[in-house]
Ligand binder design. Structure first.
Ligand SMILES: *[C@@H]1O[C@H](CO)[C@@H](O)[C@H](O)[C@H]1NC(C)=O
Ligand SMILES: *[C@@H]1O[C@H](CO)[C@@H](O)[C@H](O)[C@H]1NC(C)=O
Length: 182
């Protein structure tokens, strides 16, 4: 045993640590679980001065769905598929080409709501997406009105050009309403 581990001050510090852990613990109670379905539309600008997606790293492979490429994205979330429809938030995160067959992307994205009923709340998604077909990601958590969220979400491509992509996002989640302020 090292001299540090056996010295009385080590045990005293350990004791203080345990005491402080116990001293700050307290119970809290969750409001009833809620089940919510949300539908929104993702609008991604792929090119030009207002682009919302950028490739920040990669293996210099020019083909789509490139293995090893990393994209960061800050796309807008709108109520409808029309670019003029109401802005309700942003989808912020990153996508990584992790599939050697180049068919799928690993996506880590938080849907942040900035207007409407869910303003200030957020939902975090994780999973694999196939850009040309409907794909499913897990809801791995949430904030605000979506605390302790779990569930699943679908993303379906509505239209895409070289410059612009629109997709429908459906989220089905179990969560607890906001119950504490910070
Ligand atoms: C980029 O956004 C600005 C400000 O919203 C807008 O005035 C401009 O027309 C946009 N440019 C393009 C190419 O969409
Ligand atoms: C990155 O974005 C480009 C342009 O939108 C797209 O063609 C490519 O498949 C994306 N790659 C990844 C790994 O997300």
């Amino acid at each position: 045993m090292s001299p540090m581990a056996s010295s009385p001050s080590y045990y005293f510090l350990l004791f203080l640590l345990i005491l402080s852990t116990l001293a700050t613990g307290s119970e809290f109670f969750l409001p009833k679980e809620k089940y919510t379905h949300l539908r929104m539309f993702l609008h991604e600008v792929s090119r030009g001065p207002n682009a919302t997606i950028y490739t920040i790293a990669g293996l210099n492979n020019k083909s789509p769905y490139s293995y090893g490429d990393v994209n960061v994205t800050d796309a807008t979330l709108r109520q409808g598929p029309e670019p003029s429809s109401r802005l309700i938030g942003r989808a912020q995160g990153f996508e990584i080409g992790v599939d050697m067959d180049r068919k799928t992307l690993q996506s880590v994205v938080t849907l942040k709501f900035t207007a409407g009923e869910y303003e200030g709340s957020a939902i975090s998604l994780l999973g694999v997406v196939f850009l040309r077909t409907t794909s499913e990601r897990s809801v791995i958590g949430g904030a605000g009105q979506f605390r302790m969220a779990r569930g699943f979400s679908f993303v379906k491509l509505i239209s895409s050009t070289e410059d612009f992509l629109i997709a429908e996002i459906d989220v089905y989640l179990a969560h607890h309403a906001k119950f504490l302020e910070y």
